[in-house]
Ligand binder design. Structure first.
Ligand code: THU
Length: 138
């Protein structure tokens, strides 16, 4: 069988993020976000933002997707797509950059997108330069 093209792979990842975004619980910000992680095995894990009446208790879409990957026993993010309805591609917040770093390597790509189809793909070092990661601990 022919290998899926990179473009088709990314389209599938964004489609999974869009599907997850439909379940976002964002009654306070009204900003629904979906995320999809593809792991070393090629499986896809998704998450959406889950807000809370006690605002700081809410969680980001990336957080949910990464947790689902870890629950399944996987530890390596190949690609992660983040999707929201904004004029520009929706970038991971600072805390989520740190969460992604935990399971990233030099090949990991982070793909920010919006509903109009704008996309921006970055590597970890571009998204969080000089980050504090696993290698930073003695
Ligand atoms: N949000 C995410 O889910 N991921 C991000 O990286 C950016 C922000 C959510 C958190 C909150 O529920 C809403 O978007 C507005 O900040």
């Amino acid at each position: 069988m022919m290998e899926k093209s990179r473009a088709a792979e990314l389209d599938a990842l964004f489609a999974a993020a869009a599907e997850a975004r439909r379940n976002a619980h964002a009654p306070y910000s009204h900003f629904a976000v979906g995320a999809a992680v593809s792991s070393a095995s090629g499986r896809i894990y998704t998450g959406c933002n889950v807000e809370n009446a006690a605002y700081p208790s809410g969680s980001c879409a990336e957080q949910g997707a990464i947790a689902a990957m870890v629950v399944a026993g996987e530890r390596q993010i190949a690609d992660i797509a983040i999707l929201g309805d904004a004029p520009h591609p929706v970038m991971p917040c600072g805390a989520c950059r740190q969460r992604i770093l935990e399971f990233a390597d030099t090949r990991t790509q982070i793909h920010a997108g919006n509903m109009a189809g704008l996309r921006l793909s970055l590597r970890m070092e571009e998204l969080l330069p000089h980050g504090f990661g696993r290698d930073s601990l003695p």
